[in-house]
Design a binder for this molecule. Structure first.
Ligand code: NAD
Ligand code: WQD
Length: 339
């Protein structure tokens, strides 16, 4: 079966996707520079897969390091998870975000073109929809100028992919717009391991649950939603990983630009998440209401029908799975991957 280069494959979503690719019979090759992950993840991936997954240490901005991967393996397609993703940090370091994300994707696509490798899957984000005019969001909903450099890199890379596809029509460009990935592999061996205090809700909740943080701050309880807190489409990372396999199965060697939302189609509020998490751990999780966080959209959830219809994929894991698996990972690894 096809060999797939997984750039950023040591990261949170990448590691879960490598496992689902291997389960589905693809041959993944991991490419990562560990700027936001740890080498310890590789042995865990191998343990879950029951075999050694090849690894190349490199930066997607380095043509030479990419060449090493393309020369050593016959790569049929690339899934590009490699990118920086912290919204707040991107405001302080816009040039780093443009260099790593946009320039990195540019170099990667150029090397692919040279090697006549025309299958590209890109980790995009629901952030490209900005503050939605209406929900649920379909793939036809307008893409807006982002409110932070991180989000804008997603908008710009999507545009670059679409333009390249027009110029080099052999390309199959798949733009997957993730909603809010949470959860972890059932084994508890791999999961999300943010550096420092987490910015995102689920890792913050899990760290409160294991006592690393005292309580959750809920950013805003006066939004125009049923309980006043913001609504998001949380999707289990294993469902998301399987969405990549479905996208590959459908789009491999199918020239064109293919855009899919990867979400569940259901929105949950921050308070819904706290309640579900409290249920998973069997006690009330402490929280306080805090002021709104700048830049938060009120509601964001997907219309997931296109992926279901065309890829035959839909999310199957429940909110209880998401919270239980996140907690299981954090409980087994209270300090994440300790190298
Ligand atoms: P992550 O930080 O856990 O994984 C990214 C991986 O890429 C890390 O292992 C990092 O070391 C590697 N990397 C970064 N820059 C690199 C470079 N220049 N060369 C080689 N490797 C590099 O993040 P994640 O949550 O797994 O996200 C993966 C992708 O999905 C990112 O592009 C992110 O923007 C996108 N995305 C994430 C979310 C989310 O909420 N997690 C939502 C939407 C989109
Ligand atoms: C979810 C909700 C917060 C932390 C971000 C990026 C987005 C995408 C996914 C990559 C919001 C609230 C959070 C906390 C809280 N990433 N919250 N207390 O903001 O939907 O999306 O990650 O593309 O681009 O913006 O996710 O998990 O940060 O927040 O109350 O300590 O939880 O205000 O309503 P978000 P999140």
């Amino acid at each position: 079966m096809a060999t797939i280069l997984v750039t950023g494959g040591a990261g949170y979503i990448g590691s879960h996707t490598v496992i689902e690719l291997a389960n589905a019979g693809y041959d993944p090759v991991i490419f990562d520079n560990f700027c936001n992950s740890k080498p310890a993840v590789l042995a865990r991936i191998n343990k879950i897969c029951g075999k050694n997954i090849p690894f190349v240490c490199g930066d997607i901005r380095s043509r030479e390091q990419l060449e090493q991967a393309f020369n050593n393996y016959k790569i049929d397609g690339v899934i590009n998870f490699a990118g920086l993703k912290a919204v707040g940090e991107s405001v302080k370091k816009p040039l780093e975000y443009y260099d790593n994300n946009v320039n990195g994707a540019r170099v990667l696509l150029d090397v692919m073109k040279e090697h006549k490798c025309y299958n590209f899957i890109f980790s995009s984000s629901a952030t490209v929809y900005g503050e939605p005019d209406s929900v649920p969001l379909t793939e036809e909903s307008p893409v807006k100028r982002a409110n932070c450099p991180y989000g804008q890199t997603k908008v710009d890379i999507e545009y670059m992919c679409q333009e390249l596809q027009k110029a080099v029509p052999e390309f199959s460009m798949v733009l997957l717009r993730y909603f809010n990935p949470v959860g972890a592999h059932k084994s508890g061996l791999i999961g999300e391991d943010p550096r420092g205090i987490p910015n995102n809700l689920m890792p913050y909740l899990t760290q409160v649950a294991v006592g690393r943080l005292p309580y959750l701050n809920i950013f805003g309880n006066d939004y125009p939603t049923p309980d006043g807190t913001c609504v998001r489409d949380y999707i289990h990372v294993v469902d998301l990983a399987k969405g990549h396999v479905a996208a590959l199965n459908h789009c491999l060697n199918m020239p064109g630009t293919h855009i899919y939302n990867l979400g569940t189609g259901v929105g949950y509020s921050v308070l819904d998440m706290v309640k579900a998490f409290s249920k998973a751990i069997g006690r009330e999780l402490p929280y306080r209401f805090a002021p709104r966080r700048a830049g938060d959209v009120v509601q964001c959830y997907s219309d997931a029908t296109k992926a279901k219809k065309e890829l035959g994929w839909s999310a199957t894991l429940s909110l209880d799975d998401m919270t239980a698996d996140s907690y299981n990972w954090q409980k087994n690894n209270p300090n994440g991957y300790e190298d």
